[in-house]
Design a protein around this ligand. Structure first.
Ligand code: SF4
Length: 233
């Protein structure tokens, strides 16, 4: 074929356009002593113009070597890209890592029931995590990992522009608000993050282990729905 093209005067074929996810290397960079001990420096903020571009950027990310080499896939977020309300968790677990969606499994089912009690479906809100990759054995994200992923979270929130964020659990709340206060002290009132109203409450996985905390979580949701102008209960 090249011979006939050359005969027709064609010197070079244009390169096919690839989506960012298609140009990711199939395998993460192999570990060497240098890559294992030296963290790469994240940019200040991602400049992705759309959520789809950001999703592809994240799918290629290897900033946290351990997570990039153990994840099944990155877990970006789901829901209405123009949602008024975002739910923020800490990081994907085993179910999320396998399915590529945040808050699935038992904790996700409880979250769906909480949403339903607020007359909401998953499609009405946006659900995302501080970290886009699963930490092995579901350990908490390290400080470096949270810092590495922060510019992705910030860009995601800039693109969605929610009016309200509900932080689920201490890790998400402390990361977003840059505080060390306990979830028990953070819950029950609104905070401000760059002009966005933030409510913190217990993580659904915690509620599964501690059913007595469900009443406080429901009080938090009622406060949030009242502030949003859609009271429940
Ligand atoms: S957790 Fe975030 S920063 Fe770390 S490798 Fe995954 S996408 Fe990149």
């Amino acid at each position: 074929m090249m011979e006939s093209l050359a005969a027709a005067g064609v010197q070079q074929l244009p390169k096919p356009e690839l989506r960012p996810s298609e140009v990711c290397s199939a395998e993460p960079t192999p570990t060497t002593e240098a890559t294992a001990s030296v963290e790469k420096t994240p940019p200040e903020v991602s400049s992705a113009a759309t959520l789809d571009i950001l999703r592809d950027e994240i799918a290629c990310c290897e900033l946290c070597h351990e997570l990039a080499t153990t994840r099944t896939q990155t877990v970006f977020g789901v829901g209405d890209p123009q949602a008024r309300l975002c739910f923020l968790g800490e990081a994907p677990g085993a179910d999320e890592d396998r399915e590529g969606e945040p808050f699935v499994g038992r904790a996700g089912q409880l979250m769906n029931r909480i949403l339903a009690a607020c007359n909401l479906a998953r499609e009405d809100v946006y659900i995302l995590n501080v970290l886009k990759c699963r930490p092995p054995e579901n350990r908490n994200p390290t400080l470096v990992e949270s810092q590495n992923c922060r510019h992705f979270l910030d860009r995601q929130l800039q693109l969605i522009k929610p009016e309200f964020i509900c932080c689920l659990g201490a890790v998400a709340a402390q990361n977003l608000l840059n505080t060390t206060e306990s979830i028990g002290r953070l819950r029950g009132r609104l905070h401000d993050y760059q002009g966005i109203h933030v409510l913190c409450t217990y993580h659904p996985a915690y509620l599964l282990r501690n059913p007595s905390a469900k009443k406080d979580a429901w009080d938090d949701m009622k406060l949030l729905m009242r502030e949003m102008g859609t009271p429940v209960g």
